[in-house]
Design a binder for this molecule. Sequence first.
Ligand SMILES: [Fe+2]
Ligand SMILES: [Fe+2]
Length: 205
Amino acid sequence: MYKYERAVALSRSKINVDKQKTEPKPFLTDIKTLRERARKNIAGGGVTFTYHGDVKKTIEILQSVLATEIVCVLRYTMHAVAAQGISSEWVKAEFAQHAKEETEHMNQVAERINQLGGKPDFNPTGLATRAASEYGTADNLVEMIKENLIAERIAVDHYRELIRYFGEDDPGTRTMLQHILVVEEEHANDMHDLLVAHQGRPMLP
Ligand SMILES: [Fe+2]
Ligand SMILES: [Fe+2]
C-alpha cells in the first residue's frame, strides 16, 4: 500500500514538472512596440492596449459603486449626528470615523471613473436606486448599528463579487476594490462588536 502511494506521488510530481516545461510563459511585449502603442490613442489616458476589460461596462458598474459609497457617507454622517442615549458618544465617534472612510472610498471610485474616461455621477436624483446599500430609517442607537452592519455586509458581498468579475481584465479597478473591501470588512466587524456591546449577545449565530 505504502509503495503504491509513493509511486502515485512520484508520477504526480513528474506530471507537474512536465506541465511546467510545456506551458508557455506569459507573452511580454518588446520595448519598441510598448513605446509605439503608448504614443497612439493618447486620449485613452490609462486605458491602453493591454486593458482587457469593457470600459463602458466598468464605468457603469463603478457608477453603482459610487452611489453605494455616497449612500454610506450620508447614512453614517446622519447617524453620527442623530445618535442619542447612554454611551452614545463613542458610538457617534465610530460612526463619524466610518463616514470619513466612506468619503475616501467615494473619492477613490470617482477618480477611477474619471481615469477610465467617464464622468462620476453625483446626481442626487435616482441615487438610492443606483446604490446597492440603503439609507435606512433607524431612529434609535441599536437600530442604527444594525442598519450599518447590514449595509456593510451588502457592500462586502458586492465588492467580493466585483473583484472576481474584474479579475485580470482590469487589475487597476480590482486592486482599488480589494483595498476598499478590506476596510468594509473592518466596518462590518466594528458594527458587529458595537451590537454585542449594546445587546450583550451577537446578532449572528
Ligand atoms: Fe465604503
Ligand atoms: Fe463601510
